[in-house]
Design a protein around this ligand. Structure first.
Ligand code: ZN
Ligand code: ZN
Length: 171
């Protein structure tokens, strides 16, 4: 995005509305479809040798529930405020080169940390039966395998080890 006009007149602003797909918005569990545009509304303001971009970025991510594999999707709306300058400060500001700013990296830095790493259809999702693969949200599967809530696994392991090695009573 060329910002030469802004830089010629420090203090000037420009409103920007973009609907563009941004590649690489994903983590191992969740993806913003590469063909699905982000809606970007920004106000660009020039300082003497920098441009401040502030506004909102909206989009939609898709994933599958990490317990029951049901397809999931959700809208997001994130606030963005970034500074672009000729000598950027690492991890703080972004480069301004040849009177141009590139929104791709800042958008990635904004959106990717907000994508769920463990997407769930519901906090109480019962997941799939480990034996028969039935969706336990739809009821017990009847295959004989004990249905259980995976969130209790850690506690169950703790309880077993406590039984095996009883600690001395505190004084
Ligand atoms: Zn689920
Ligand atoms: Zn089963």
């Amino acid at each position: 995005m060329n910002v030469a006009d802004l830089l010629r007149r420090p203090g000037s602003t420009r409103e920007v509305h973009l609907e563009v797909p941004v590649p690489g918005l994903e983590n191992p569990a969740t993806t913003v479809d590469a063909n699905e545009p982000l809606t970007i509304d920004l106000r660009l303001e020039s300082l003497s040798a920098a441009v401040v971009a502030s506004g909102h970025v909206q989009g939609r991510w898709r994933a599958v529930c990490s317990r029951c594999l049901a397809p999931l999707e959700a809208d997001f709306d994130l606030a963005l405020r970034e500074v672009f300058e000729e000598d950027p400060i690492e991890e703080e500001t972004y480069p301004l080169r040849n009177d141009e700013i590139d929104l791709e990296q800042p958008l990635r830095d904004l959106v990717v940390p907000e994508l769920p790493l463990v997407p769930l259809c519901d906090e109480d999702c019962q997941g799939l039966c480990p034996s028969c693969g039935a969706n336990l949200n739809e009821g017990p599967c009847g295959c004989g395998s004990e249905s259980r809530d995976p969130r209790w696994d850690a506690l169950r392991a703790f309880a077993v080890s406590e039984d095996a090695e009883p600690r001395p009573e505190p004084n």
